[in-house]
Design a protein around this ligand. Structure first.
Ligand code: PRP
Ligand code: MG
Length: 210
């Protein structure tokens, strides 16, 4: 039995279940349960919060996970990526109010930036020799400039509609991300074999989707 973590609710949840389904792995639908198992494959699903998944992988509480690359970059740079999955594509970007004149990343010097991705922002700014004041919040980040909490934000941009609705403009794309299959450093040899079977199926599914 291999244990896989997928997002409990949110944008990745549906597409993650869909790819397992396309791989011929049927999961008993138990949205309210935090655990489910497959009827036709040696697999157990744990529905978890995105941000918690890197630690679960590290601890070996789950063997594999479907997770956004952006979350691994923020919280799990040490964790192995077995496959890129081609869905949930997004960017992690810096944005400022539309009215602000923006020249370069140097403009962030000394500014207050609201974000749920502190490590990603800090590394990006550091590479550019910029020091800013980070304000960590867990959601609804785009509201921060409007309520005077920050001068700028860093968050996920997908369609861009959240930025647009909050009168913000994207000025720096720090990274591009998609869903990936990540692997625990503690995975056993036996489960590695099961993982190989899943990878084989995933590759055919992705090829068929092209
Ligand atoms: C996510 C993300 C952005 C938005 C990007 O927020 O944090 O705010 O989606 O998508 P878009 O470019 O298509 O608008 P989510 O709606 O998941 O809520 P949260 O930030 O409060 O968790
Ligand atoms: Mg948001």
């Amino acid at each position: 039995m291999i244990r896989i973590a997928i997002q409990k609710s949110g944008r990745l949840n549906e597409d993650s279940l869909q790819i397992l389904k396309d791989c011929g792995i049927s999961i008993d639908n138990g949205k309210d349960q935090l655990k489910a198992s497959s009827r036709n494959f040696p697999l157990e699903v744990f529905y978890l919060r995105n941000g918690d998944i890197p630690q679960y992988l590290r601890d070996g509480v789950v063997d594999i996970a479907i997770i956004g690359e952006n979350v691994l970059i923020e919280k799990g740079e040490d964790i192995e990526i077995a496959e890129k999955l081609g869905f949930s594509k997004c960017k992690v970007s810096l944005a400022v109010p539309k009215s602000v004149k923006y020249a370069s990343v140097q403009d962030f010097e000394g500014k207050r930036i609201a974000t749920s991705y502190p490590n990603t922002v800090r590394n990006y700014l550091k590479k550019n020799g910029v020091t800013a004041d980070l304000h960590i919040i867990n959601g609804s980040v785009e509201i921060a400039p409007n309520i005077g909490l920050a001068d700028a934000i860093c968050d996920i941009v997908s369609s861009g509609s959240t930025l647009f609705k909050n009168n913000l403009k994207e000025v720096e794309v720090m990274l591009k991300s998609e869903a990936v299959l990540a692997v625990s450093p503690k995975i056993s040899e036996v489960r590695r074999e099961i993982l190989k079977k899943i990878q084989f199926r995933i590759r055919s599914v992705l090829q068929a989707r092209q």
